[in-house]
Design a protein around this ligand. Structure first.
Ligand SMILES: C[S@@+](CC[C@H](N)C(=O)[O-])C[C@H]1O[C@@H](n2cnc3c(N)ncnc32)[C@H](O)[C@@H]1O
Length: 371
């Protein structure tokens, strides 16, 4: 019995009542495989694994019947359940972050005496992260020509190109036949007139036949996907060549070197928990990774862009166009900005970062994956 847990212990560990566990047994959702000598239900390691899946789907709002179908599916093993749960939970977290952002905006508007319309008030319920923050995007996010040149070069002689997670299309090559894929309605609506046609879809399910494009590209988007590996495999499926601009989350070296994450926003590390290793991302497309240095005057205002222009991070417009700031939450954001402002005023930032201001480019973990 050593490897079995009693019903009481399971209830204690999970916070689920013994009554609920008995109910799961009665309806056949989770029948513990054995009994103690005193006749109490006892859960084996396999029972516990199934229970964890049941409880996680329950927490996500699934009904008991739906959960039974999910956990009984012989085609879904434990790893597949974990991947699916991870995707669903990340999606839920992003929706919550989007709602928090929408609420903050409304509180801010109310404090300034501005009334929000009924339509605006309802919008937060349908909001994906980029539906909430996307309208701030074009203020600072544009094509950085030196990075664009690297991406376009990596596309080789591709004539037809699929741009996944295309946003407003900053890196779409002007001289090829581009099709864009973008799930956020707000981002799609902001694509400039004359931009490539854009399909409302997500990376993990690309609505195109195998090998229908010469190349597929994805820029600064993979970290938003609920299942990055599945999305990258989809890109591989629909295109001969794949080019992905992303970052190396498992190299903590650059996070320590980058003063913003090291000294002001350590919460950034929490956003990377569970993120696949760069080698796994590269493997998903069968490609190699090349470092991309960030120029000191980078034109595209992504998170790392202002590494030599620290005052930029004090600007609300700069922060609102980068999802990291919404995802860490308003408290961490406020603290980081206040501390940075103080250090810029006192000269502490300049003192600590003397070596940084002498550089023209910085290695901040950005990578181009090419397959
Ligand atoms: C930082 S923006 C990058 C946009 C554009 N590629 C660029 O470089 O300007 C991230 C984009 O990924 C999109 N996105 C989020 N989840 C996605 C998914 N599952 N599949 C495809 N794109 C997604 C967002 O809506 C957003 O437009």
């Amino acid at each position: 019995m050593a490897e079995h847990l009693t019903v009481g212990r399971v209830a204690e560990l999970t916070g689920v009542s013994v009554r609920t566990l008995h109910h799961y047994d009665e309806i056949g959702l989770l029948a513990p495989s054995t009994r103690t000598t005193a006749g109490h239900r006892a859960y084996s390691a396999a029972d516990v694994q199934r229970l964890r899946e049941v409880l996680a789907y329950r927490r996500l709002g699934f009904g008991l019947r739906e959960i039974a179908d999910l956990v009984d599916d012989p085609a879904t093993d434990a790893v597949a359940h974990l991947c699916r749960l991870r995707g669903l939970l990340s999606d839920q977290r992003d929706r919550a972050a989007a709602m928090v952002a929408a609420i903050d905006r409304e509180l801010d508007a109310r404090a300034r005496g501005i009334r929000t319309t009924p339509e605006e008030q309802l919008r937060m319920f349908g909001a994906q992260l980029y539906d909430a923050i996307g309208s701030a995007y074009p203020a600072t996010r544009r094509t950085e020509p030196r990075i664009a040149a690297r991406i376009w070069d990596a596309l080789g002689d591709a004539r037809t190109v699929l741009n996944v997670g295309a946003g407003t299309g900053s890196y779409e090559p002007p001289d090829r036949d581009v099709t864009a894929v973008e799930p956020s309605a707000v981002m799609r609506a902001q694509r400039p007139p004359g931009a490539a046609p854009c399909v409302a879809a997500a990376a993990q399910r690309l609505p195109f036949p195998d090998r229908s494009f010469d190349a597929a590209m994805a820029v600064s988007t993979v970290h938003h996907w609920p299942d990055p590996i599945a999305g990258l495999r989809e890109m591989r499926r629909v295109a001969r060549r794949v080019v992905v601009f992303t970052y190396d989350a498992d190299d903590t070296g650059w996070r320590q070197r980058f003063w913003l994450t090291r000294d002001y926003l350590p919460e950034f590390a929490e956003l990377l928990v569970g993120w696949p290793a760069l080698a796994d991302l590269a493997d998903a497309i069968g490609g190699r990774a090349e470092p991309v240095l960030v120029p000191w005057d980078c034109v595209d205002g992504f998170f790392e862009a202002y590494w030599r222009r620290p005052e930029a991070y004090l600007d609300e417009h700069v922060r609102r166009a980068v999802s990291v700031w919404t995802r860490v939450g308003p408290r961490a954001e406020q603290r980081a900005v206040d501390t940075l402002r103080e250090d810029l005023t006192s000269g502490r930032w300049a003192e600590r970062n003397r070596d940084v201001v002498a550089l023209d480019t910085a290695e901040l973990g950005l990578r181009l994956l090419v397959a």
